[in-house]
Write a protein that binds this ligand. Structure first.
Ligand SMILES: [Zn+2]
Length: 381
């Protein structure tokens, strides 16, 4: 897994191509790296081979596989070529380099990722990583703006403790207000979005305490798929201007994530269930009780659809979801569990939330203890 990444990118907007120089510091030695299928390795720290292969478990997803003669802990790779979209295998994955809209996401492998050429290994390598990245971007024509979720200083980008990278280049307008930084393709309707975001921010702050982090929103064209990283979200123009921008409330709520132990994190309960239930509360606060009920009903419907496909899901406890790879249940059932708990505990539920958010780290055992301490209620998660 990557611990530190230094990346120099030179973008060619006429050819849709890039030249990359990456220096990776890894948690352990690795000898195999995956790259976008259009990118070829020109040089590496040690002799290497390169060839195109389909990912095991998802053969239609072709990647460049770089095999080093011997595994290393620190690797330098130079690569170049046309960044190819994966639209034909994953319709949302339209990443490309063009004057209209350039998007570089971890998903399209625009930098080398240590992993076996296997879909599951790739997901694990990405989801389980936490690295600092320093990136320089060159070749951006005048009139285009680089959007990024971390710090931006000239053509230098920096982000700490991330598991992914997302860089967009387009004729963005940049709107900064309070904790928010928005990269938008047009200003229409954005005033309202900003107001709603501010309301949600103050609501979360009022129940969970202030956060000093910035929150960045990057607009994408339609059908690029929503994406979120540490302190930022990529959203389409229509969801950015939605009547109730629930996914923005959700991503914003992640700033108040409890810190789960690695084991407990697998279930995604302490990030996704919490983010989705906080979203429900923000919707209730800003848009009223009816909107809150509609959101909860939506979660219930989605959960029932999962149970329809997989009836055993009903019997499992959240602490078992991670081990079984059923973390998706956190978005629906997880949030509904928090809702039930809220009904049961009434206002003392907020004391539990605050305690959990302030803890150094939490797991299901701690969660049970805190609920018992605060309310005397014993739950079985
Ligand atoms: Zn989330």
């Amino acid at each position: 897994m990557i611990e530190h990444l230094e990346l120099h990118l030179n973008l060619d907007f006429k050819k849709g191509a890039l030249e990359g120089k990456a220096t990776l510091k890894l948690a352990g030695k690795a000898g195999i790296f995956l790259l976008n299928r259009g990118l070829k390795v020109d040089s590496a720290s040690v002799p290497f081979s390169w060839r195109l292969e389909g990912l095991r478990g998802f053969e239609a997803f072709e990647v460049g596989v770089v095999r080093l003669e011997n595994p290393l802990k620190e690797v330098k790779l130079s690569y170049s070529g046309r960044l190819e979209s994966y639209e034909s295998v994953l319709p949302y994955l339209k990443d490309s380099i063009s004057r209209e809209y350039t998007l570089l996401r971890t998903d399209s492998l625009f930098y080398p990722i240590p992993s076996e050429p296997d879909f599951e290994s790739l997901i694990k390598s990405v989801v389980g990583s936490e690295f600092n990245a320093e990136i320089t971007v060159e070749g951006v024509p005048e009139g285009l703006v680089v959007a990024f979720g971390g710090e931006i200083g000239g053509n230098r980008l920096r982000i700490d403790g991330t598991n992914r990278l997302d860089i967009a280049v387009a004729p963005f307008k940049v709107i900064e207000k309070g904790p928010f930084r928005l990269f938008v393709l047009g200003e229409e309707g954005i005033g309202r979005t900003l107001e709603l975001l501010e309301k949600a921010y103050w609501f979360y702050s009022s129940i969970l305490g202030r956060r000093t982090n910035k929150f960045t929103v990057i607009e994408t064209p339609e059908n690029y798929g929503g994406q979120a990283g540490k302190g930022y979200a990529l959203v389409s123009g229509s969801s950015l201007r939605a009547e109730i921008p629930a996914n923005l409330y959700h991503e914003l709520a992640h700033l108040w994530n409890p810190r789960a132990t690695p084991e407990a994190h697998l279930s995604r309960f302490f990030d996704e269930a919490f983010a989705n239930y906080l979203t429900a509360l923000a919707i209730g606060e800003i848009h009223g009780e009816e909107a809150f009920n509609r959101f909860i009903e939506g979660l219930r419907r989605d959960y029932e659809a999962i149970v329809g496909r997989f009836p055993e899901a009903e019997k499992l406890r959240p602490s078992e979801w991670g081990r079984l790879g059923l973390w998706e249940l956190s978005y629906t059932k997880g949030a509904l569990i928090l809702y039930d708990l809220h009904l049961l505990m009434e206002d003392s539920f907020y004391d539990v939330l605050r305690e959990i958010v302030e803890k150094e780290s939490v797991d299901f055992e701690r969660f049970r203890e805190i609920i018992k301490d605060v309310s005397g209620i014993e739950i079985n998660v």
